[in-house]
Design a protein around this ligand. Structure first.
Ligand code: CMP
Length: 253
């Protein structure tokens, strides 16, 4: 099983989509990177796990469900959107509210809708695809709004951890300790160190915070994929990460 990064940018620009990952028939987040998929590829998707409600992680969800509508109706299919209860409430109130977008969780009928919200609880693993499938474990992270990261593993996928959007605090360190061994860590780093206070205020990481987090892990990851760089600061963040990550295999997405 491969994790395919469809988008991982902290902003927009040619060739840069916001967060969306694909593993088999599962999506993690539905940012503008989702626009990389063909209609046929979208039709394979059965589950969308959301980290949080912010637009850069959800903006293509309304288009996805609209694009799949006929196919789902014809096949009696239903797209499962998995998220924290607070995130589901936000999407119901502000996105699928029949003003911004139709409420596909009651269309074409309440009994057989094309989209279903499934509440998640931190640390309650969800198994997708039975034996040999994916085990997806949500864990709490520290953002401005209720948010999760995900650990994804399967028989042929060593533990992959995606931080989602988060800053560093004591709870995040506890969560990472509980995750145990990590093969690949996709970790956000949105701002350079000169914007440390904005990073804290908006719930994001800087290279100095990445250093602090890694220094507190009992099981450092084998490799790091750094994500969510704000395009305006990309060069600066990369330069600051070089001394922080010199002992790791790493790349900026
Ligand atoms: N206090 C703030 N001042 C300026 N920009 C902010 C502030 N809070 C949030 N943002 C920006 O708004 C963005 C919302 O999405 P992000 O969390 O990815 O990143 C956030 C920041 O880029």
């Amino acid at each position: 099983m491969l994790i395919e990064v469809l988008g991982a940018s902290g902003g927009i620009g040619r060739g840069q989509g916001t967060t969306a990952l694909r593993a088999g028939n599962v999506l993690i987040d539905a940012g503008s990177g989702l626009g990389e998929l063909t209609l046929e590829e979208m039709r394979q998707i059965r589950h969308v796990f959301l980290t949080h409600a912010h637009l850069d992680h959800t903006v293509y969800l309304p288009f996805l469900i609209d694009s799949l509508f006929d196919h789902l109706v014809a096949n009696q299919g239903c797209l499962e959107v998995m998220a924290l209860p607070e995130v589901i409430g936000t999407l119901q109130r502000h996105m699928f509210n029949r003003k911004v977008w139709p409420d596909f969780s009651v269309l074409p009928s309440r009994r057989y809708p094309v989209m279903r919200f499934v509440p998640l609880a931190p640390w309650q693993r969800v198994d997708i695809g039975g034996a040999g499938g994916l085990g997806i474990t949500p864990f709490p992270v520290s953002h401005r709004v209720p948010a999760l990261g995900y650990r994804v593993a399967s028989a042929d996928l060593p533990p992959f951890v995606f931080s989602g959007d988060t800053t560093l605090d004591a709870e995040l360190v506890v969560a990472f300790q509980r995750l145990g061994e990590i093969d690949t860590l996709m970790l956000e780093c949105a701002f350079p160190d000169r914007h440390a206070s904005l990073a804290k205020q908006s719930g994001h990481m800087t290279p100095a915070l990445v250093r602090q987090l890694l220094g507190q892990l009992a099981h450092p990851p084998e490799r790091l994929w750094i994500s969510h760089l704000k395009p305006a600061y990309r060069g600066e963040i990369e330069a600051e990460l070089i001394p922080v990550l010199h002992d790791y295999q790493w790349t900026c997405l």
